[in-house]
Design a protein around this ligand. Sequence first.
Ligand code: M6P
Ligand code: ZN
Length: 192
Amino acid sequence: MEYKRPIGLDIDLETGGVIPGAKKLVRRLSDLKGYFLDEEAYNELLKEDPVVYEVYAIEQEEKEGDLNFATTVLYPGKVGKEFFFTKGHFHAKADRAEIYYGIKGKGGMLLQTPEGEAEWIPMGGPGTVVYVPPYWAHRTVNTGNEPFIFLAIYPSDAGHDYGSIKEKGFSKIVIEEDGGEVKVVDNPRWKE
Ligand code: M6P
Ligand code: ZN
C-alpha cells in the first residue's frame, strides 16, 4: 500500500489567507455576469472589473472518503445595494456536506434547499463555524469593509454544481440599506 503523506501548513493571515502550494482561482466581477440584481450598477463597476474573490485550494482526487480544503478571500464591495458574494453552488454529489471556519473579517452564509428555502447564518468574526448539511446550496457574502477570509473543508468527491444558482439565484439577497444597515430580504427576481 502506498500511503499519501500528511500535510501540515500555516495559513498566512497577513497576506490574506494564502495557503502555500495551493491552486489559486481568481473570480472577477466579469465572471459573475447575471448574478447581481442591479444590472446598471454591475455594468458601471465592470469598467474596473475588480477581483471579487480568490480561492486557494488543496484538492485531492475525486475519491470517496478523502477531503479537500480551501481558503477564500472575499473582498469588500457592493453592486448597487448588494454585497459582494461567491457564486454559490450545490454539490455535484448533492448529499455531500461541508464545514466553514471564519478566519478574518465578517459576513455570512446564505444556504438554500433545492425547493428554495433559504437560511442566513451570520459569520460575525474570526472563529465562527458553519455546518453545511447535505443538499443545501451555499454562498458566502462579505458584509464588512475588509476582506472576509474563511476556510472550507469538503469531501473531495463533492464537486460543484453551479447550474441552478446561476440561473435562478438564491431566494434571498443581502443588501445594505440607506442607513447602512445589513438586511437579508426576498429576492425580487426569485422564481420557483
Ligand atoms: C469555498 C469552497 C469551495 C468553493 C469556494 C468559492 O472555498 O466551498 O469549494 O469553490 O468557496 O465558492 P464558489 O465555488 O461557489 O464560487
Ligand atoms: Zn461546497
